[in-house]
Each structure stands twice: as structure tokens, then as C-alpha cells.
Design a protein around this ligand. Structure first.
Ligand code: MSP
Length: 557
């Protein structure tokens, strides 16, 4: 009895810690747009790659909504809805968005939930107890839009319809002179600690953003404490400061604590069981890097918690060359683009982390048609369709015909590239370079199409004595598609799995290890003919520009 108990205890102690990854929590002051979706799909692709590599790994993937503050107050008033109802509606829009775009989170946290409020109050008390919070009179330029005070040196004058106004240089949002009593956080005490932390190799990815933070710290001779509360009279939709109803917790402090809430904080027993802290990856956009790369680690150090292991920072999406904004009327709502099913692909296929990317409808349609419909979809339909593959098979390999086929240039090129593909893509995934993963896969698929065209399987089909040669061509093509689909799962999970289903690849044979070697490299294995799923296969329905125009015409009546 005693022994069994200790074995049980031991197994929970040695259980591997989970992989904990987060998205920012999204403001509910407006409906989700393309940029928000991007933060979420980047995080989702990272966690899917992790699971692909380590099937046994327990992933905690958290997302959610940031529901307090002036902006939300204003938005609810404008929508003429009670605050909580307004928040519920937009929070649900985010959940729906994530369902539609295959963002497979495990935890959804809302800052209006009791568990979160409890975490924030506890965290606040900890900062007070450790003497990092004090009360002071504060005055400065405040941006409601950014929910932040902006140093005078970071503002500029601008002439608008309302006359001369001050705006934040960084965000372009208007700032107003504000004087109030606040609680302050001793950020200044952490400058050296932050500089040390920022020396950690790869702690902020890509390196460009790590350098930016380092330069920000080394160049600022003035590194002041920050205000972490607002008068409740002004910001009433907020968590009250413990033991002081007059003050509300600053929305950014409130929001950042969500990452702790998910781990069970402040219940240390739950935290010990989950073993999630510190997070492995926070995914953030460049506009909120300072909050995550300066404020958050400082708050954590003050509360005696480890800072995150890594922050992956991405750049922004512009639309037809412009910043997305309500006033320009160019905000792209993910549900309204043509080819929604290709949008996730395009977001990950086009953008690099370090530089802004540009969205246009034409680009989306072109990419979807040429890569998903033609290069990947069409090849699959041909290799599995009744004309060339009437028995619906993933045919066996015939050694002699395989050797013959391999002696041809076009085959050798393809197989050589296919051999190297998994390693190359592994490296790109590890560097969060999704566009390079797709580039490499598409290159192999172009070679496969070329191989297919050159080998003319339709001619072989006409001659019964050439069945074995035809089998080899089909086998090589289907094997390439299998490998490419496994690799593409983090980018287009739905489509990749549809393709793997078509090839009848068992669910437990879709991990990274299963893409590392093509069948002809697996020593001693005999690949026998297997059945594939019957029926016509369409991976992605091509979009015709005319049809799109017609659809638009119908919609506009
Ligand atoms: N609520 C804060 C985050 C708190 S996390 C403790 C917030 N929310 S947000 O809704 O404004 O932004 C969420 C994410 O969307 C951020 O990562 C932001 O960078 C991203 N994007 C918003 N617009 C964007 C683009 N135009 N392009 C790419 N991503 C951008 O900030």
C-alpha cells in the first residue's frame, strides 16, 4: 500500500512540465480584425508544431479577452448596451473567430472572470508587500486609446479639425494632460535586472526586437516609475485596488496577470501540479512589446516570479499599403474576405515576423488559387482520381521500376529535395519562419508537378504492361503529398488533415517523425498497396474573379 502510494506520487513528480504558450488577450472595444487573428494563428502554429514534434507533450495554449478600461466603457456606451453584455458579445465573437480559423486553445481567460480578479488582487498585494507600490500625485500626458501615460518627449503637436492637439509619436493617438493621485510601481528599481534578463540569448524573437528593447533601456537616462492605478471615478469598469475603492488597477497590470491566472495563480498547490510557470512563449505584436518586454518582467521580478522564457514578437499587417484603421474604413474583418479557408494560409505564408506585411484581396485570391488549388489540390486530385488511379490505391513500390525512375533527372531532383525537406522545415519552424516552411514545401510540390508532367502517367495508363511504372509514379507523388501534408499541419491544419484522410494515413502516423523518411528510405519495410479514400477530391475550390464579382453583385442586390 505504502509502496503504491509512493510510486503514484513519484509519477506525478516526474511528469514532464507542459509547454505553455499564450496569445495577448484581445480588447473587446471593437470586433476582431485580421491583425488580431494573426497574433492568434502565429501562436496556434507554434503550439501545433510543438505537438507534432512531441506527441506526448501537454500543451497549455491560452487566449482570451481584455475587458476592462475606458475604451471598453466608451464602446459599450456607443453600442447602447450594459457593459457586461457588451463584453460577452465581443468575447464570443473572438471565440467564434478562433473556432473558424482552427485556433486550438486550451484555456480562454476573460478579465471579468472571478478567478482572474482574485489573481489580480493577490498579485497587487504581493507587490505592496514587497514594497514596490507607493502612492503619489501624478501628472502627465495620458492617451485613453493606448491606456497609458506618454512621456512629454514622446509626444508631438498635430493640427486637426479641433485645432492644435498633442499626440503620442509612437501610436499617433491623442493625449490629454491629466493630474491625479495614483499608485506607482517602482519600475526604476528594475533597470539593471531587465538589462541582465535581456542578455539571455533568444529571449525576444526575432533578435531585432530584443535589440530594440536593449537600446530603449540603454538610451533612457530617465527610466521613471509608472502609474499602476487610475481614479475609479474616471475608470469605473475596472478591478478595484485592494483596500482602496477610490482607485482602480491599471488595465495593463490587470491584463498581464491573465498569464498567471491560467496557471492556477494564486493557488500555489494548483500551480505546483500544473507546473506551467514560467510560460514558454508569449506571442505579441510589436505595438505591445514594451508592455511585455519591460513592464511584465519587472512586475514578475517584483512579485518574485520568473519572467517568461521567450517572447515572440510579430510585425503588423497593413491593407493595400495602409495601416488598418476605422477612420480609413479599411479594417479587414476575417469573416468577410473571399476564401476564408485560405486566409490562415495567407497570413502565415506571407508575413515575416520582422517586417510589416500587406494584405490585399487580389493577393489572397492569387495565392489561394495558385498554391492551394493548383499546386497542391490539383496534383492530389490527379494522382488519386479515377482517370489514373481507378482502383483508388496508394500503390506498392516495385524495386526495379523505382530504380529506373530514379535514374531520371527530374526524379533525382525531386527526391533529393524531398530528402532534405523535413530538416529544412524543422529549422524554419524553430525560427518561427513560417513563410520559409511554405516556400520550401511549395518548391517541392512544384518539382512534383514537373515530375508528374514529365513522366506522362496518362500515356502509361494506356498500356497495361506499364502498370508497374505507373504505380511508381503514383507512389512517389502520393508519398510526397503525405510528407508535405504532415509538414503543413501547423499552417493549414484542416486542409492538411483532409489530404491525409484522403490518403488514409492513420491519425497516429501524422507526427513529425513520420515525415522524416520517405517510404523508399525506410530500411527493411515493405510497402504494400493500400487503399485510399474513395470519391472525388477537391482540396480547395478555385476562386474565379468573375464569380467573385458576380457574388458581390448578388450580395449588393
Ligand atoms: N489587450 C491588449 C493586450 C493585452 S495582453 C496582456 C491588446 N489588445 S489588442 O486587441 O489591441 O491587440 C491584440 C493583438 O493584435 C496584439 O498582438 C496586436 O499586435 C495585434 N494586432 C492588432 N493590430 C494588428 C495589425 N494590424 N497587424 C498585426 N497584428 C496587430 O493590445
Amino acid at each position: 500500500m505504502k509502496m503504491r502510494l509512493s510510486v503514484r506520487l513519484l509519477s506525478s513528480v516526474v511528469q514532464k512540465r507542459p509547454f505553455y504558450i499564450t496569445t495577448p488577450i484581445f480588447y473587446v472595444n471593437a470586433a476582431p480584425h485580421l491583425g488580431h487573428l494573426y497574433s492568434a494563428v502565429v501562436a496556434d502554429a507554434i503550439q501545433r508544431f510543438e505537438k507534432l514534434l512531441n506527441p506526448d507533450c501537454n500543451v497549455i495554449f491560452s487566449t482570451g479577452t481584455d475587458e476592462h478600461g475606458t475604451k471598453v466603457q466608451q464602446a459599450a456606451a456607443k453600442a447602447n448596451l450594459p457593459l457586461q453584455e457588451y463584453c460577452n458579445n465581443i468575447s464570443k465573437e473572438y471565440r467564434d473567430l478562433f473556432r473558424d480559423f482552427e485556433v486550438d486553445y486550451t484555456d480562454y481567460v476573460r478579465t471579468t472572470e472571478d478567478r482572474h480578479k482574485k489573481a489580480v488582487r493577490h498579485f497587487w498585494r504581493k507587490l505592496v508587500k514587497n514594497d514596490y507600490i507607493y502612492k503619489a500625485k501624478y501628472s502627465g500626458w495620458y492617451s485613453v486609446n493606448d491606456e497609458a501615460f506618454v512621456p512629454e518627449t514622446h509626444t508631438k503637436d498635430e493640427i486637426t479639425e479641433d485645432g492644435k492637439v498633442k499626440v503620442s509619436i509612437e501610436s499617433g493617438h491623442r493625449v490629454e494632460w491629466t493630474e491625479e493621485t495614483n499608485y506607482m510601481f517602482r519600475l526604476s528599481a528594475f533597470k539593471t535586472h531587465l538589462q541582465e534578463w535581456l542578455k539571455t540569448d533568444g529571449v525576444i524573437q526575432p533578435n531585432k526586437f530584443q535589440k530594440q528593447l536593449q537600446e530603449f533601456l540603454s538610451s533612457s537616462t530617465y527610466f521613471p516609475d509608472i502609474s499602476v492605478s487610475r481614479p475609479s471615478s474616471r475608470v469605473h469598469w475596472a478591478i478595484r485596488v485592494p483596500d482602496d475603492e477610490e482607485q482602480s488597477v491599471y488595465v495593463w497590470l490587470d491584463a498581464l496577470v491573465n498569464y498567471l491566472t491560467v496557471t492556477g495563480y494564486p493557488d500555489e498547490d494548483v500551480m505546483k501540479t500544473r507546473r506551467a510557470w514560467p510560460p514558454d512563449v508569449h506571442v505579441v505584436g510589436k505595438d505591445i512589446l514594451k508592455f511585455h518586454g519591460i513592464y511584465w518582467p519587472a512586475f514578475l521580478m517584483a512579485a518574485k516570479w520568473h519572467p517568461p522564457r521567450r517572447i515572440v514578437c510579430h510585425s503588423h499587417w497593413t491593407v493595400d499599403g495602409n495601416k488598418m484603421s476605422k477612420s480609413l474604413g479599411n479594417v479587414v474583418s476575417p469573416g468577410t474576405v473571399p476564401a476564408t479557408s485560405a486566409l490562415r494560409y495567407m497570413l502565415l505564408r506571407e508575413a515575416t515576423m520582422a517586417d510589416d506585411a500587406n494584405y490585399s484581396e487580389t493577393k489572397l485570391i492569387n495565392i489561394a488559387n495558385s498554391e492551394l488549388a493548383d499546386t497542391l489540390g490539383n496534383l492530389t486530385s490527379r494522382a488519386t482520381g479515377a482517370a489514373l488511379n481507378p482502383r483508388g490505391e496508394f500503390p506498392a513500390l516495385h524495386t526495379h521500376e523505382l530504380a529506373e525512375c530514379m535514374s531520371k533527372h527530374v526524379t533525382a531532383d525531386l527526391l533529393d529535395r524531398l530528402d532534405r525537406l523535413p530538416d529544412i522545415c524543422h529549422q524554419h519552424y524553430t525560427n518561427y519562419q513560417f513563410y520559409k516552411v511554405v516556400d520550401s514545401v511549395i518548391h517541392v510540390l512544384h518539382l512534383t508537378n514537373l515530375f508528374f508532367e514529365t513522366m506522362k502517367p496518362w500515356d502509361l495508363k494506356k498500356k497495361s504492361e506499364c502498370q508497374k511504372e505507373l504505380d511508381v509514379i503514383l507512389h512517389i507523388t502520393l508519398e510526397t503529398l503525405r510528407i508535405c501534408s504532415i509538414i503543413l499541419q501547423p499552417i493549414i491544419p484542416g486542409m492538411a488533415n483532409k489530404l491525409l484522410d484522403k490518403l488514409q494515413i492513420p491519425k497516429d502516423s501524422r507526427y513529425w517523425q513520420h515525415c522524416e523518411k520517405p517510404s523508399w528510405r525506410v530500411q527493411g519495410s515493405i510497402f504494400e498497396t493500400k487503399n485510399i479514400q474513395s470519391g472525388k477530391f477537391v482540396l480547395f475550390q478555385r476562386i474565379y474573379a468573375d464569380k467573385k464579382k458576380m457574388q458581390k453583385k448578388i450580395a449588393s442586390g
